[in-house]
Design a protein around this ligand. Structure first.
Ligand SMILES: Nc1ncnc2c1ncn2[C@@H]1O[C@H](COP(=O)(O)OP(=O)(O)O)[C@@H](O)[C@H]1O
Ligand SMILES: [Mg+2]
Length: 295
């Protein structure tokens, strides 16, 4: 039975979207591409949610795969996630679940939940108060990473070990109404480990080798083949479960005190990882969705 799966993406031309679309077609699925800003949601009027062209999502689709939901104002992001939550309540399978997307986007919230489960994460202090932030800077050893609480792709992240610089940054960020999110700098050389989780399996992993401490592929880090131990796989699966992600990129730093989880990505790209693994990542994602539809 051919099933329609929605591919929620802002860029149907992107490499990852292309791989996923190819994989769906190969498996006899008729994909529907749409983007969140194009959705129309109705209350008391049917159909509940359509694309702007009028395609009824609840009627047409069995599942939606969510790729990066894109930037937006706070109200745009909340609205987009609300629409996804509504579709989920009405029975559509959404991967990742909107709740998991929401938690992953918020670095403070996701780290708090991980810590509650005994997962080792970097010591972190978040505040809106500039004086408290200066005390945090000292408390964290005077060598910190300051990052946006809703970050992405390594942008706007800086290592600061000079109090004057820290003071200026905190005041500037506070002036523009940002939460001050301050993390102890964790020495980890110039690489970290990315583990790609689908369901309750790690399907592939890699080292991300950079020229500096920032290991984002988007900032020029290189993928290097890596075979994770059972310990690391279990750690990544636990992180994904804690946050509620069915598909996740879990990033782990190798520090002197062992593995430290830096973050979880709920809409992970996989172009770099695909270069260093034999597993077809898009096929694995699509197979996982099909399994969930059948269940
Ligand atoms: N506390 C830290 N100590 C050392 N390096 C860090 C720390 N936090 C982040 N980094 C480095 O910076 C990169 C980007 O930070 P991250 O928190 O993952 O933000 P983003 O969401 O933008 O990817 C990480 O992949 C890691 O290499
Ligand atoms: Mg990251």
């Amino acid at each position: 039975m051919p099933q329609r799966i929605g591919l929620l993406t802002r860029d149907t031309e992107s490499w990852c979207s292309n791989q996923l679309l190819k994989s769906m077609v190969k498996k006899g699925i008729d994909p529907l591409c749409f983007s969140l800003p194009d959705l129309v949601a109705r209350v008391t009027i049917k159909p509940y949610v359509t694309t702007k062209e009028g395609i009824d999502l609840l009627k047409e689709l069995s599942a939606i795969l969510v790729r990066p939901i894109g930037r937006g104002s706070l109200e745009e992001i909340i609205f987009r996630l609300d629409v996804l939550r509504g579709l989920e309540r009405k029975g559509l399978i959404i991967i990742n679940p909107p709740r998991a997307i929401e938690i992953s986007a918020d670095k403070h919230r996701s780290l708090t939940l991980m810590e509650e489960q005994g997962i080792k994460v970097p010591p972190t202090i978040a505040t809106e108060d500039t004086e408290a932030a200066m005390r945090a800077f000292e408390e964290l050893g005077g060598d910190v990473v300051i990052k946006p609480i809703f970050g992405s792709r390594g942008m706007g992240i800086g290592r600061v070990n000079d109090p004057e610089t820290a003071w200026r940054i905190f005041h500037a960020l506070s002036y523009t109404r940002h939460v001050l999110y301050i993390q102890k700098f964790i020495p980890h050389g110039t690489r970290d480990i990315r583990l790609f989780v689908i369901g309750d399996r790690v399907i592939a992993a890699m080292y991300r080798e950079a020229d500096s401490w920032k290991t984002n592929i988007d900032r020029g880090a290189r993928p290097v083949p890596f075979e994770p131990s059972k310990e690391l796989e279990d750690l990544a699966i636990k992180v994904a479960k804690t946050i509620g992600c069915k598909v996740a990129g879990v990033d782990v730093m190798e520090s002197q005190e062992g593995y430290i989880v830096n973050e979880i990505n709920s809409q992970p790209g996989f172009r770099g990882l695909q270069l260093v693994t034999k597993v077809n990542i898009a096929d694995e994602i699509v197979d996982y969705i099909l399994e969930n539809i059948r269940r």
